[in-house]
Design a protein around this ligand. Sequence first.
Ligand code: SF4
Length: 105
Amino acid sequence: MSSTNRRVFLMTVAAGTSALAATQNLALAAEPELQDTDPQATALGYNKDTTKIDAKKYPKHTVAQHCSDCQLFQPMGAAATGHCPLFAGKLVHTNGWCSAWTKKA
Ligand code: SF4
């Protein structure tokens, strides 16, 4: 490989890597955090703070239950939010809770 071809190859790889990183950042930035007032959140009793769950409405809930120890929670590294298949396109808080909570096996 000539030095010109090598330079073009390296520039192409660098440009592709930058474009991929930018796309991933946009994808992360485009996902809003689920709000307690979201109709779907309200339907499942979601709150981003498990200590604020209505004990009368959800008597089986305890403050020890939260998204981060739910079977459905998909963490994103050390981030305070992660994915939940029940709320596609939005992020749930690690300290959140909803009525579909199931203890992680
Ligand atoms: Fe959180 Fe689990 Fe409810 Fe999803 S199903 S919002 S991870 S408690």
